[in-house]
Design a protein around this ligand. Sequence first.
Ligand SMILES: Cc1cc2nc3c(=O)[nH]c(=O)nc-3n(C[C@H](O)[C@H](O)[C@H](O)COP(=O)(O)OP(=O)(O)OC[C@H]3O[C@@H](n4cnc5c(N)ncnc54)[C@H](O)[C@@H]3O)c2cc1C
Length: 431
Amino acid sequence: MEKSRIIEYYSQISDNAILCRSCGMCAGVCPKGAVSMEKNEFSQYIPKLDTDLCVGCSKCINVCTARKSTISNQSVIGKFIKIFLIRATDKDISEKSSSGGAVTALLKYGLENGYFSSVLTLDSKNAPVCAEPVIKTEITALDASSKYVCAPLCTKYSTNFKNAAATVLPCQAQSIRKIDSDTFLFGLFCSKLSTPDLIRRMSKGKSVDTIKRTAYREGVWPGNFKIDYSDGTQVSQKLNRSQFGAVYNSYLYACQGCLLCNDYFAEYADLSCGDPWGKAQYNENYIGQTVVVVRSQRALSLVEAAHKNGAIEVEDCSLEEVIKGHLKEIYNKKTAISQRLEYAKAKTDALADFGESSFINAPSSKPLNRFSINNCLKIKEKGKYEKTFSQSDKVLFVKRFSHAYLLKKYLKNKGHYGIYLKIAADEKTEA
Ligand SMILES: Cc1cc2nc3c(=O)[nH]c(=O)nc-3n(C[C@H](O)[C@H](O)[C@H](O)COP(=O)(O)OP(=O)(O)OC[C@H]3O[C@@H](n4cnc5c(N)ncnc54)[C@H](O)[C@@H]3O)c2cc1C
């Protein structure tokens, strides 16, 4: 590819951040260090090309998953062998984790027993607002928990990785799998990644420079969102049905590229992990588990060995439960996405070849889609964005939860559960 074409590719991203999922893989694979990830005016990390250093090899463009769907056939959960509900037996891990600590317990077990020798993951100890990518050779309970705001993980990816593992969002799993089938991928279910402006918004005018620590999922499942400031004050809210939940799930501070992502379950990972949303959350004594979708033989061996040796508690989980618990997210990523693509295509011709064969043609509610996610695209226009910071949390809360209620009702009445379940059931494979 000519260098001029590569330069054009990056200039299209800087004009339209919807062309980037902020995974950072373009920077990770560049042999000359010509790509860096920098924040744009909406605090989203997007790549910047140093045209003097670029040698026109196109490696960066080849790993990019934002403009052309990597998933070509209809899928709901992705190929899988088995689904489990897992909890770490180490209490410290399960209490510090987001769901049940399966990721931390399996990483720890995998490192200690030679399944892999290093892990590409995130660390928030020295980065209180925006967790930083790191490569670790030891994992402890302190490494657990979801980081909903982070710097691009794959900037630390290396084509020299050997015997490595990585904790990845669906977009990162797709980018890595384009060139690497060896790295052991621990995928996380993902509705969206947020920009650091999510924390600016939650700080309500207080400078983010005075933040000592941000924790998204502290304590018993589903956990509390917490910000500690250096003056001793704090913000602390329960994750579920809180104002934080409303702001995060409003998509107002989502990375724009997430809105064109058609992978919720991290379909390209070895195993994918998410929350046990569903009935369990209404049980007072419930302390959390991780839903683990096992896709590869080596992942199944790891889970079985960790279970046999007492690192995790394991229960079977039905496909029906997973589809029911994550119905809204499946709808967003597999069906409502077509409306967002239409919107984005009108803004840039770079998406002309996106490919829509993976979308699921179930009933789609345009007004409900427009109300939530399409709004996020519209506010990322000059003059509108800063106003969202002054929008009252109470109004946002009412809007967000009435939308969630209506969407749930809509999906139930139109029978989406059956449509998605049928496709997902065909994705089961033998070990
Ligand atoms: C941005 C984001 C969005 C998510 N959206 C959903 C959702 O919509 N529905 C759902 O069911 N689950 C979602 N999850 C997954 C969920 O929050 C838990 O991470 C998952 O259930 C695993 O829980 P665990 O207790 O087993 O993991 P833990 O034991 O807590 O370990 C989590 C591991 O993942 C690493 N990690 C955390 N954040 C990131 C990140 N951003 N990128 C790469 N690695 C990371 C941590 O460093 C740690 O090693 C999301 C996670 C993230 C990070």
